[in-house]
Design a protein around this ligand. Structure first.
Ligand SMILES: Nc1ncnc2c1ncn2[C@@H]1O[C@H](COP(=O)(O)OP(=O)(O)OP(=O)(O)O)[C@@H](O)[C@H]1O
Length: 321
């Protein structure tokens, strides 16, 4: 990580209303720290791509400001854009060009002088060096995706946006991409990625932002987020199935599962008392026996689903993927 404490991307009160009248972003403020991997999560249509496109100068904001490494994206558009590499969702088609010509051309677009040594380093780090003379159309899907990353890195950006980097790729390539992103971060590039795969954020991100209906609802260190919002569940496999939660226990955070054969107790990982001892005693008093019990902790996926869906329902308790 860098010693410079100023954020590398600073987004203030950003809003976007498209010409159609649809408001895709509302008052989004966010600082991205130098050298971090930041994952932006949100359901389809939440506004992730709109946010990225504004920072990259592809879409104009309706209100608010963005600084990229200190450069205002509107007043100093070119300087700001030089700092940024964008790996888009879609594969664009330079089908007939070679890998080498493609990355060299991308670099030239930014007005950078040729630097074959740097481009060789990029291609080698992406395991593309031995494909440098291949035409893009002759590459596998995974290799094409690497070419997109090489193009985005061609002008030596400090900030790399990856929009759904592993959508539609197989498990093995996904792991390779994760490794690659970590290596890029090691080399000093700040990474901002959007993803639908919570596993991806859980695996890689230092911090996580959750966007829902154009609003940033949470920005938090990944571990803090998991600790804060993580719930634990205790599942009791009952000796005899129950039709319903006994009246004496209504009001407790209990749910029936497995066709009445299991009782699930949800408790807060941060609470001083879990309430488990009391629960077990009360079950004993009611003559409800159990043959097995196990506890589980919510994954980031469950936390995400509960954030995105429960808030829209006004705050339910269920957090299941
Ligand atoms: N040019 C446009 N004109 C009008 N509405 C648009 C335009 N572009 C996007 N939108 C709308 O803005 C909303 C946010 O879109 P955006 O692509 O930013 O979402 P997203 O979070 O990236 O979704 P996904 O995960 O599906 O990529 C969507 O409802 C979309 O239909």
């Amino acid at each position: 990580m860098s010693n410079d404490p100023s954020p590398i991307v600073s987004i203030r009160n950003l809003g976007k209303t498209y010409a159609s009248g649809f408001t895709a972003l509302r008052d989004v403020s966010l600082d991205i720290r130098r050298g971090e991997i930041f994952a932006l999560l949100g359901p389809n249509g939440a506004g992730k791509t709109t946010l990225i496109n504004i920072v990259c100068g592809i879409v104009n904001a309706s209100s608010g400001t963005v600084l990229a490494d200190g450069h205002d994206i509107v007043r100093e558009a070119r300087a700001a854009r030089m700092k940024i590499g964008l790996v888009p969702q879609e594969l664009s088609t330079d089908a007939f060009e070679s890998v080498w010509a493609t990355v060299r051309f991308s670099r030239g677009l930014f007005g950078r002088p040729p630097n074959p040594v740097y481009l060789e380093k990029v291609l080698r780090s992406l395991s593309l060096w031995d494909k440098k003379d291949s035409k893009i159309m002759a590459l596998s899907g995974g290799m094409k995706r690497r070419v997109l990353i090489a193009k985005a890195l061609s002008h030596e950006p400090r900030i790399l946006f990856l929009d759904e980097p592993t959508a539609g790729v197989d498990v093995e390539l996904r792991r390779d991409m994760w490794q690659l992103v970590r290596e890029l971060r090691e080399s000093g590039v700040t990474i901002i990625l959007t993803t639908h795969y919570i596993e991806e954020a859980e695996e890689m991100a230092d911090r996580i932002g959750v966007i829902r209906k154009g609003e940033l609802v949470v920005v938090e260190d990944k571990h803090v987020l998991m600790r804060k919002l993580g719930k634990k569940q205790l599942t009791l496999q009952l000796q005899a199935p129950l039709q319903a939660i006994p009246q004496e226990l209504t009001g407790e955070p209990l749910e029936l599962a497995d066709g009445g054969n299991a009782l699930v107790y949800t408790f807060d990982t941060q609470a001083e008392r879990t309430g488990i001892a009391t629960l077990l005693r009360r079950l004993g008093d009611l003559g409800i026996g159990f043959k097995d019990l196990h506890s589980s902790e919510s994954s980031l996926e469950e936390i995400f689903v509960s954030l995105v869906h429960d808030e829209s329902r006004g705050g339910g308790k269920e957090a299941r993927a």
